[in-house]
Design a protein around this ligand. Sequence first.
Ligand code: BV8
Length: 234
Amino acid sequence: MKTYRNIVVLTGAGLSAESGLATFRDKDGVWSKYDYREVATPEGFARNPALVHEFYNMRRRDLKSVAPNAAHLALARLEREHEGSVLIVTQNVDNLHEAAGSHNLIHMHGELLKVYCRHCRAGQSWSEDLSTDLACPACGHKGGMRPDIVWFGEMPYQMEEIADALADADLFISVGTSGNVYPAAGFVAEARNHGAHTVELNLEPSEGASYFHETIHGPATSVVPEYVARILKR
Ligand code: BV8
């Protein structure tokens, strides 16, 4: 049985769905209620910062009433028990991977519980509401505080570290993502080109399903613990 050394796991909104957080492109998803151009772009924020603050304030408040699910916990177990390296690259901006005990984690699209000042760039952890008239705790400027979220058209975080990890991976697992958003949606091809075995664990085939060597469909809380158990048994 092949054993793997370096595992990279890409996660998306489908991983947190069973914790009660809405996905983006499913029926009744976030983008069926909001126009992403108004709430998840720098232009939208410039046009109507109060609307964008309300959009993220609502999602930040939601974090107070959700918990990690069996899939988050299985990925934390994989990091603890796998002999080689396990890196989670998440598109999610919730804190459920941390709450489940994962440490080796990159939030490529930012985090709901972080904000920064557009004037001095100072970042803060932030769990309450944000508003336009809030003064930056670091520089005192008003009106510059924004969610530390990567909006459309903005550079995702830690792209170099991610590229290095994809080059070294011999197993790439994608969990709960529709494969619509780049550059994340291109990671499976990058990993595959470097010789990794690629696996999709998702409720249904994603846009990129044909790129994967293996696709296992079902809810994350059943397919992820099962797959992790398979890897750890090797
Ligand atoms: C970039 C904010 C350059 C955070 C998000 C024109 C102008 C500028 C850029 C572009 C352009 N045209 C295209 C682009 C690129 C653009 C892009 O990809 N657009 C798409 C829509 C075509 N990308 C960007 O702009 C990115 N930046 O390109 O900068 C660059 C590029 C490379 C290097 C340097 C610079 C920035 C992208 C990040 C944007 N921010 N959101 C927030 O508010 O949350 S994206 C948004 O979609 C979320 O972050 C989310 O993480 C992400 C991906 O969505 P998914 O996680 O996949 O969720 P989705 O609902 O789609 O799917 C859920 C899946 O789960 C489904 O498959 C479902 O079946 C499954 N599921 C459901 N339930 C379960 C389940 N699976 C298992 N179990 C279940 N129970």
